[in-house]
Structures are given as C-alpha cells and as structure tokens.
Design a protein around this ligand. Structure first.
Ligand SMILES: C=C(OP(=O)(O)O)C(=O)O
Ligand SMILES: [Mg+2]
Length: 574
C-alpha cells in the first residue's frame, strides 16, 4: 500500500525516483583481544587503501563539479590517510595491546582529535581534528563493512531522504541525478530550502517521519508544490504525478516568455524584481530568470566555502565578478551574516543556547573588526566595477548602524589616500529583520539609504517561532496582521524620507503575499531567481490601486492570518 506523507513544500517541481537514504551509519564494533596482530595490521592497511581510492574518486569529481579550490579539503583528507605518525601509532597500538584494528584506530584517532581540539585558539588545528574525524569514519566503515553514504558520488537518478540536510550537504547535490529531496525537519526559510530553490531541485521538508517510512531502493514520488510525498506509489499514482509534472513544465514555459519583459502591473506601475544569490555562480540563474537586479548577495557563503577566512583579494574577485556580471544593474551585497544555522569551522565561539538570538552577523563583525574591515575594503575596491549597494544584516540599534558605517568610511578614506579608486555613489542600507528596528524605522530612515526587509528572520523574531522548526510552523506566518503592520511601517518610514524599501526575505516571492506588498508600495522584491518569472506573471494581472485597498483592509480589518489569506483570494480571483 502506498504510504502518503505531508510536509512543507519548499521547492517546486515533481519527481519520481528511487530513494537514496542518507543516514548516520552504524559503525559500532566490539573491542577484542587478538593473537594474530599481523592479520589486524593487514586489515588496517587494506581499509586505508580502499579509503584512499574512494577519496581520490570523490576529489576528482569535486574538482570537476566545484573547481580545484573547493576540492582542496579532500587533499587534506588524503594527507591524513598517509600520515606516517598517525598510521604508525595505530599499528603500534595493535601490536603492543594485541587488539583488533577497529579498537586501535578509535583509540589513536580519539587521542589525536582530543589533542588538536584542545588547542582552542588555533583554527588550523581545529580543522585538522575535523579532518581526522572524517577520515577515521571512512576507514572504520571499511573495517566494519558498512557503506558510507556520499552525496557527491551519486551517479543515478534518486530522491535523497534524510533527517536533515546541512547547507554544505545541499551544495553537493548534483541536480542531474538528485531529482528531489525529502527531510524530517526544516522549514521554508531554512538555508537548505533556499538552496534547493536556487538549484531548482524539488524539495519537501518537515515531514517528521520520512526516514522511518522509507527503505533504501523504495520508489518515491515527490510533489514539491503541495508538499506531498508518496512511498511506493501505484502505477496510477505515478501517472497522476507525471501529469502534474507536465502541467508544471507547461506553466514554466508560459512564465519563460516573460524573461525579457518589464515588471509592470495591469495599470502600468513598475516594481523591481531582484534575485537573491549566494555565489557568483548563481548569476547564470539570475539572467536566465530575467532578474532586474541582485537584491541580496549572501556573502557568508564565500566564507563557508573556504577552508579559512577568504583573503581581501579573493573577496574582491568575487564581488567584482558579480558587479561586472550584472552590467551596471544594482547589486546589494550584504556583509557577512554568520551565526544561526550558518557556521564557520575556522571561527569557533562558545556554544550558545539560542544561536539565532546570539552572537551573529553584525554583532560579530563589530567586535572582530579586522575581519569586517577586510570585507569592507574588498567591497570598496570592487565598487568601481558596477552599481554596488552595501547592506548590514541583523541591525537592532542605530548605534550599530553608525559604528558599521563609520568603519566603512574609515576604510574608504584609507583606500583613497593610498590612491585606490572607490565609487562615490555607493548606497548604504540595512536589513530590517529585528522587530526593534522595524518599530523605529522612522529614525533609521533619516540615516540609511535604503531598507531591505528580511522577513525570514523578522517573522521568527516577531512570532517567537523558530524558522526551522516544523512544529511551530503554524505560527510562522507572513500574512499575520502583526507582520503586515511592521512591513507597512518600514515602507512608509522609508518613503517619508525619500528612501526606497525592498524585501529580500522569502515573503517577497510568496504568491499570496505579493498582492499585499504591491498594495503596500514595496519598491523592490528580491527572491530566489526561480520565483521571479511567476511573480512577474502574477503582477501583470494585478491592479495597484485595488491592491492598495486590499492591503489597507488587511491591516485595518483582519484579525488573523487566515482572514488575510481569505481577503487576498477574494481580491485576486479572476
Ligand atoms: C533574507 C534574510 O536573511 P537570511 O535568510 O540569510 O537570514 C532574512 O532574514 O529574511
Ligand atoms: Mg536574516
């Protein structure tokens, strides 16, 4: 019988393929005393050889798909596998203590990992500890005879089933083979969901129990539009999914016709449709989906993809590539927003109870100011290559904005005195993603050049509902009148000072929210590139005066998110 699960639809599209289960492998073993130590040494040597072969293949594949630089992490892993000190210690442990290879490997690896991890202020050693842990897992898997899952090595059509996917797991997915993914946990604005949309991989998250219901090789049908997952569907169900897939691709073909069209409402009002990107590589998608600007470049991915802090020159090259790639169209670059679910292995801080309420983004940048100034210099140097706008994330107070802007002006003055050219007209703005900033947007509007509303965080902080927790997703509602009032206050405050207001949270591309945002007079909508054309198509059908009436009614007359949704449906039905 077909099992049906419902989750949160986070990336459109329909797919039917075999399951690929990504589960933590069981690498448990018994510690045993052995009489034939040479046999254990030979088993170890065999496991090392097989691990080397596997890692070389992974490295070669990574070079092809991600480039030489990104593949360097595997070189570090290969070095661990041939490290004479490490291997010598494991062999001595087997011989001296007459134990099996598994036990000797674990003891020696734990010893090295413990030693390196103790060097807390040495990020290089912390990295080495992580490398040893990773490599030991691989060698252990050969010793105990369990196969490790490896996302980057998938070379047949599958649907990945996992408890959760980290942003770096998601980055390894090859969309030629991974037709969709389904997870137990997560929400619409978790970063792996956002990446799924930019990779155009259909995804359903937050099903709570997908891993408990799927075995390796089961057939899976995924509907990333409705959030439905079928395990072992019947042939009729597969046909129905194929029909849905065809309808969806026809709709996409209609949207594609708007690629070079202006974004205007039925009554001719223009809105800017921009894209959110994570790396210069994403520009291809911005162009193919007709993006008019980059409304959010999440630069922290540059830091997350690098084994150490990216140098000023490396950052300069990335920013220049994006600015040049957009041919003079606006590019809003957000300074590093590390923290929350985005971690850097080489920038470790004490563990926090509430990372989303903790030391993150601008809070880190203002105290680790060397790191921040390096980024600001790289941005300022790149500014002459296009239309740069700089944006600070997670601003809660005016002091934070003033401090960040002062650092920017100081670095600019230094560069100019060194004879480096810097653009004169760089706009400097902030993300509005903390309710405190939304409430006093009128004060901010006097000092900033623009606002971009980060609803992904603004909603979670306003509703006190974790953006990644499917159990509270019923509270995480962009249409809640409380959110709409904050959004209205931000837009009106910007306009009162002659500034512009955009939105780069996922709400900007939400098809139910768009009519309301048009009515509230939002100037710029920045979203996953894949949402741009459907939004352009929707806006063509909206009358801006009617939408202003809708927004006003939603704010003054609605009590609940459901009331708002009903009102939007009433105003937008044809
Ligand atoms: C765009 C936002 O930033 P991020 O999703 O990277 O936190 C937001 O919070 O809305
Ligand atoms: Mg945010």
């Amino acid at each position: 019988m077909t099992k049906q699960l419902k989750g949160i639809a986070v990336s459109d599209g329909i797919a039917v393929a075999k399951a690929y289960l990504l589960v933590e492998p069981d690498l448990s073993f018994e510690k045993v005393t052995v009489s034939d130590a040479d046999h254990e040494v030979a088993r170890l040597s065999d496991a090392l050889k097989q691990s080397t072969k596997e890692l070389q293949a992974i490295r070669d594949k990574a070079v092809k798909s991600l480039g030489e630089e990104e593949a360097q992490v595997f070189d570090a892993h290969l070095m661990v596998l041939s490290d004479p000190e490490l291997i010598g210690s494991i062999e001595s442990n087997i011989k001296d203590n007459k134990v099996n290879a598994e036990s000797a490997l674990k003891d020696v690896a734990d010893m090295f990992v413990g030693m390196f991890e103790a060097m807390e202020d040495n990020p290089y050693m912390q990295e080495r500890a992580a490398d040893i842990r990773d490599v030991t897992k691989r060698v252990m898997s050969h010793l105990v005879g369990v196969k490790l899952a490896d996302l980057s090595m998938i070379d047949e059509e599958v649907i990945v089933i996992a408890d959760d996917l980290t942003p770096s797991d998601t980055a390894q997915l090859d969309r030629n083979f991974v037709k969709a993914f389904v997870t137990n946990i997560g929400g619409r604005t978790s970063h792996s969901a956002i990446m799924a949309r930019s990779l155009e991989i259909p995804a359903v998250v937050g099903t709570q129990e997908i891993t408990a219901n799927v075995k390796e090789g089961d057939m899976i049908a995924v509907d990333g539009i409705e959030g439905i997952v079928l395990v072992n569907p019947t042939s009729e169900e597969v046909s129905a999914f194929e029909k849905k897939a065809k309808d969806f691709s026809d709709l996409k073909a209609e949207w594609d016709k708007l690629k070079d069209a202006q974004t205007v409402t039925e009554d001719g009002k223009h809105f800017e449709l921009a894209a959110n990107i994570g790396t210069p590589k994403d520009l291809e998608g911005v162009k193919s989906h007709g993006g008019e600007a980059v409304g959010l470049y999440r630069t922290e991915f540059l830091y997350m993809d690098s084994p150490d802090f990216p140098s000023e020159d490396d950052q300069f090259e990335a920013y220049k590539a994006v600015l040049e790639g957009m041919d003079g169209k606006p590019v809003v670059v957000r300074t590093m927003d590390i923290g929350g679910d985005k971690e850097l292995p080489y920038l470790k801080f004490p563990e926090e109870m509430n990372p989303f309420l903790g030391y993150r983004a601008i809070r880190i940048c203002l105290s680790e100011d060397d790191m921040f100034r390096t980024q600001l210099r790289a941005l300022l140097r790149a500014s002459t290559f296009g239309n740069l706008r700089i944006m600070f994330p997670m601003i809660a107070t005016l002091q934070e904005f003033r401090e960040a802007k002062t650092m920017l002006l100081e670095e600019k003055a230094k560069l100019v005195s060194e004879g480096t050219k810097v653009a004169e007209d760089i706009q400097v703005g902030i993300m509005i993603e903390i309710p405190a900033a939304a409430v006093i947007a009128d004060r901010f509007a006097k000092e900033v050049d623009f606002f971009s509303i980060g609803t992904n965080d603004l909603i979670q902080y306003t509703m006190a509902a974790d953006r990644m927790n499917e159990r509270v997703s019923y509270l995480y509602q962009p249409y809640n009148p409380a959110i709409l009032r904050l959004v209205k206050n931000v837009i009106d405050s910007a306009h009162a000072e002659g500034k512009w207001a955009g939105m780069c949270g996922e709400m900007a591309g939400d098809q139910t929210a768009v009519p309301l945002l048009v009515g509230l007079g939002l100037d710029e909508f920045s979203m996953s590139a894949t949402s741009i054309l459907r939004t352009r198509s929707l806006m063509k059908r909206l009358d801006s005066a009617k939408m202003a009436e809708l927004a006003n009614k939603a704010i003054t007359e609605c009590d609940t998110a459901d009331d708002v949704v009903a009102l939007v449906n009433e105003y937008t039905k044809q």
